[in-house]
Every structure is written in structure tokens, then in C-alpha cells.
Design a protein around this ligand. Structure first.
Ligand code: COA
Length: 168
């Protein structure tokens, strides 16, 4: 079932270029979700070629008025010894930031991790990204390590902050 759904989503993305949330079967599966947040299954907005693993990956999107305005992706590594860890990444479309969508998507991602018995949630953020750092702290993440001058943005060095939230 999941494999079929993935194949259908991949076909839909290539054929129509439309977000998978427009796919009737995805719409049907998510119909009973809260009206302004349509949390879809996975594979949404992902280019073909990336493994859409039904087991260790989820992508949740927030949709407003039929438009995808944010996404969070969660990945459990395939490496057996690291399968108690999951990494997440999040982004909200500019005009929809500061409305609580980031928090809602993070909560959804963390709930899935707990369901999967993930013990350690991790993420990385530029030290200069104050809004994201504020959100992550509010969600209970703390700094685990800082990689100094890990990035160079328009000629300026930026530290990479590695954050963790223990779910045990
Ligand atoms: C960072 C990001 C994901 C946050 O999502 P969001 O929907 O804007 O955040 P929310 O509206 O859910 O806000 C969550 C909390 O962050 C805080 N926050 C929001 N905007 C803020 C700002 N400009 N400065 C400081 N804190 C801010 C709020 O205090 C809020 O807490 P509250 O619910 O108690 O009021 C979003 O702004 C974004 O996509 N930014 C660009 C991409 C990015 O930086 N991604 C993360 C890369 S690591």
C-alpha cells in the first residue's frame, strides 16, 4: 500500500509538477485533519531519486488555502547503530512565519519520533538564525555542540549550532 502510494506520488510530481497534497488520494487520506493544517504522508515536495523510505522518514507539510506553506522532514538513519536518533529540518514560507506553523510542525514531527521510540532528536542551525533558535529552545532543544566557522555566508563565517532534545 505504502509502496503504491509512493509510486503514485512520484508519478504525480513528475507528470503535473503539483504538490502531492493536490493528489486526490492524499487529499482523501488527510481529509479529517484540522482544516488549516493538512498533514500529508511523505514524499511531498521531494525530488525523485531520494529514497522515499516509508520506514525511517516522514515529511509533514502545513497547507493554507490549498497551498503548501511549510514543511518539516524527519529522518532516522539507516545505520543500525544510530536508529535511536532522528534528525529534523524545517522551513516555512516567508509570509507565513511567526504564525505558529513552525511550532505545530515541530510538535507533529516530535510526536512521530516518540511513536517510533526515537530517543534523541537532533537538528542543526546557523548561530545567526535567532528566530529558529528561539523556536527550538521553546520546544525543549538545547545546544549540544557548536562547530565554529563551519559556514561562510557572503564572506562571513557563521557557526553551526548542533541541538538536541532527549525524548526518553
Ligand atoms: C524558523 C522557522 C521554522 C520558525 O517557524 P515559525 O512558523 O515562523 O515559528 P512560530 O510562529 O511557530 O513561532 C514559534 C516561536 O518562535 C518565536 N519566534 C517567532 N518569530 C520570532 C522572531 N522573529 N524572533 C524571535 N523569536 C521568534 C516565538 O516566540 C514563538 O513562540 P510562541 O509560540 O511562544 O510565541 C521559520 O521562521 C522559518 O522557516 N525560517 C526560515 C527557514 C529556517 O530558518 N529554517 C530553520 C533552519 S535550521
Amino acid at each position: 500500500m505504502v509502496v503504491l502510494l509512493n509510486a503514485l506520488i512520484a508519478f504525480w510530481l513528475v507528470w503535473t509538477g503539483q504538490p502531492a497534497t493536490q493528489l486526490p488520494v492524499v487529499k482523501a487520506l488527510t481529509r479529517n485533519q484540522p482544516p488549516h493544517f493538512l498533514f500529508s504522508i511523505y514524499g511531498v515536495e521531494r525530488p525523485l531519486g531520494i529514497a522515499l523510505s516509508p520506514d525511517g522518514q516522514r515529511i509533514y507539510v502545513a497547507e493554507v488555502g490549498g497551498r503548501v506553506v511549510g514543511q518539516v522532514d524527519v529522518r532516522i538513519p539507516t545505520f543500525e547503530k544510530a536508529r535511536h536518533v532522528a534528525n529534523l529540518g524545517i522551513a516555512i514560507v516567508g509570509a507565513f512565519r511567526g504564525l505558529g506553523i513552525g511550532r505545530a510542525l515541530m510538535e507533529r514531527a516530535l510526536a512521530w519520533m516518540k511513536l517510533r521510540r526515537v530517543e534523541k532528536a537532533t537538528l542543526e542551525v546557523f548561530a545567526s538564525n535567532e528566530r529558529a533558535l528561539a523556536l527550538y529552545r521553546k520546544m525543549g532543544f538545547e545546544v549540544e555542540a557548536v562547530r565554529k566557522r563551519h559556514y561562510k555566508i557572503r564572506g562571513e563565517y557563521v557557526d553551526d549550532v548542533m541541538m538536541v532534545k532527549w525524548l526518553t
